[in-house]
Design a binder for this molecule. Structure first.
Ligand SMILES: Cc1ncc(COP(=O)(O)O)c(C=O)c1O
Length: 392
C-alpha cells in the first residue's frame, strides 16, 4: 500500500535528517519543491503577473485538489497564507453580541484562543470550555448538555499541536448539525495525516495549513466554508479581490469562498500546495494514516520503555504526534542532543496549550511527530537519542 522506497526517494531531506518535526513542517517531496522553484523561475523570466497568467491552470488546480481532499466544492475553498489567518477570516466574520456563547475544547490552539478572547472581550460574548471525557478527548455528551439557543459557534481542534489526540470531530459535527450551530474545525494538524470529508465531519468551516502533514510549502494555508454559510459571513477585511468596487461607490462581495482571500498572494506557494495535495491523494490519505499510526505506536511503545520518560498524549485515538518529558533533562536539552545526531524534534511549551498542558501542570515537553516516510531505523535513532539525552 505504501511504497516506502519510492516515497523516500521522492524526499531529498531524508538523506540529511531523521525528521520527527512533521507537526511543525514536514519534509516536502521533490515534486513540491520543484513546482515552487519552477514558478519562481518563471516569475524571474517573464514577470510575476505574466507568470500567474501563463500558469493560471496550475494555481487554479489547487482549488480543485483541495476540494477533492476535503470532499468539498471548489467554490467553497479559499487559499490563504496560513491556517491561523484562514481560521481568523472565518471567525472574525461572525457578529457576536452580548450574551452569545462560544464553546471550545481543551485542545484549543493558542492563536485561536487569543482571537476568541479578544472577540469575547470586545463583544460581551462568553467562551466556555467543553470538558474532556474519560479518554482525554472532547466530551460530546457534555457538549450536548451545554448547547442552547445562545450558543453561536463551536470551535474544535481536530488534532492539537501538543499531542497525538484525535478529537471525535464527526461525532461533534452530528451534534452541532442537529442543533443548527456552526462548527469551526481546525484541521491544521489533521489535513494530510488522516482522511477528511467535510460532509462526514459535519463541519461548516474548516481551516488547514500546507506545510505540515500535507508536505506543502511554508506560507500556504486554506479555508473551507460550506456554501450555504458563505454569503452569511462578511469577512473582517475586504479588498478588490474579495469585493468589486461599484460606480456608485458601493461594493459587491464575491459569492464564493475566495471572499476570505486577499489580492496579493504567493503564487509559487499556491502552485506548490496543489502539487502537495495531489501527492497526498496519490499516496492515499487512508494509507498515510495507517502507516502514521503504525510508526507512532512503535515510537510510543519504545519511548515508554525508557526509564524516566513520561508520555503525555491522551485520547481514544492517537495519531502522529508523540509528546513526552524526560526526568532530569529539559526539553531543549533533549532537542539539542538529538539535533547533534541529526534527529529533528521540537519543544512544546505550556503557552501553546494552556488548556491542556497548563491545566495539567506541564511546563514543557519534547514533541516528536512521525510521517509515513519515516523508517523503522529512524525511529530507533530517535529512541536511542532520547535514551542518551538522559545521561548526556
Ligand atoms: C492545531 C493548530 N492549529 C493552528 C495552527 C496554526 O497554523 P499556521 O501556523 O499555519 O497558522 C497550528 C500550528 O502549529 C496548529 O497546530
Amino acid at each position: 500500500m505504501i511504497d516506502l522506497d519510492r516515497l523516500r526517494a521522492d524526499t531529498p531531506g531524508v538523506e540529511h535528517v531523521a525528521h520527527f518535526n512533521n507537526a511543525g513542517a514536514s519534509l516536502p517531496p521533490r515534486q513540491v519543491h520543484e513546482a515552487v522553484v519552477d514558478h519562481l523561475r518563471r516569475e524571474a523570466e517573464i514577470g510575476g503577473y505574466e507568470a500567474a497568467a501563463e500558469r493560471r491552470e496550475h494555481w487554479e488546480h489547487t482549488y480543485e485538489a483541495l476540494a477533492r481532499l476535503l470532499g468539498a466544492h471548489r467554490d467553497e475553498i479559499g487559499v490563504i497564507e496560513n491556517a491561523t489567518r484562514a481560521w481568523d477570516m472565518a471567525f472574525y466574520s461572525f457578529a457576536f453580541r452580548p450574551g452569545d456563547r462560544i464553546l471550545t475544547g481543551r485542545a484549543e490552539y493558542a492563536s485561536n484562543w487569543i482571537a476568541l478572547k479578544q472577540v469575547a472581550d470586545r463583544t460581551g460574548a462568553s467562551i466556555e470550555v467543553v470538558p474532556d471525557d474519560e479518554h482525554g478527548q472532547f466530551d460530546v455528551a457534555a457538549l450536548e448538555r451545554l448547547l442552547d439557543e445562545r450558543v453561536r459557534l463551536v470551535s474544535l481542534v481536530h488534532v492539537p499541536t501538543q499531542s497525538g489526540l484525535v478529537n471525535p470531530a464527526a461525532a461533534v459535527g452530528r451534534v452541532t448539525r442537529a442543533a443548527g450551530v456552526p462548527l469551526l474545525l481546525d484541521a491544521c494538524q489533521s489535513a494530510g495525516q488522516l482522511p477528511l470529508d467535510v460532509r462526514e465531519l459535519g463541519c461548516d468551516i474548516l481551516s488547514g495549513t500546507g506545510r505540515k502533514f500535507l508536505r506543502g510549502p511554508r506560507g500556504t494555508g486554506f479555508l473551507y466554508v460550506r456554501r450555504e454559510l458563505i454569503e452569511r459571513l462578511e469577512p473582517p477585511f475586504l479588498d478588490m479581490h474579495a469585493a468589486d468596487w461599484q460606480p456608485d461607490g458601493t461594493y459587491r462581495i464575491r459569492d464564493d469562498a475566495r471572499r476570505f482571500e486577499n489580492w496579493e498572494t504567493y503564487y509559487a506557494g499556491k502552485v506548490g500546495l496543489g502539487v502537495a495535495v495531489d501527492y497526498a491523494l496519490e499516496v492515499g490519505v487512508e494509507n498515510a494514516w495507517d502507516r502514521i499510526r503504525l510508526l507512532a505506536t512503535r515510537a510510543r511503545e519504545a519511548l515508554a520503555e525508557i526509564p524516566g520518560v513520561t508520555l503525555l498524549d491522551r485520547g481514544a485515538v492517537l495519531g502522529a504526534t508523540v509528546t513526552f518529558t524526560v526526568d532530569g533533562a529539559d526539553a531543549a536539552h533533549v532537542q539539542r542532543v538529538l539535533a547533534r545526531e541529526r534527529v529533528n524534534v521540537s519543544v512544546m511549551e505550556a503557552a501553546s496549550a494552556q488548556l491542556d498542558f497548563g491545566a495539567r501542570g506541564i511546563a514543557e515537553a519534547v514533541r516528536s511527530s512521525v510521517h509515513y516516510y519515516n523508517s523503522d531505523e529512524e525511529i530507533d535513532r530517535l529512541v536511542d537519542g532520547v535514551r542518551r539525552a538522559r545521561t548526556a
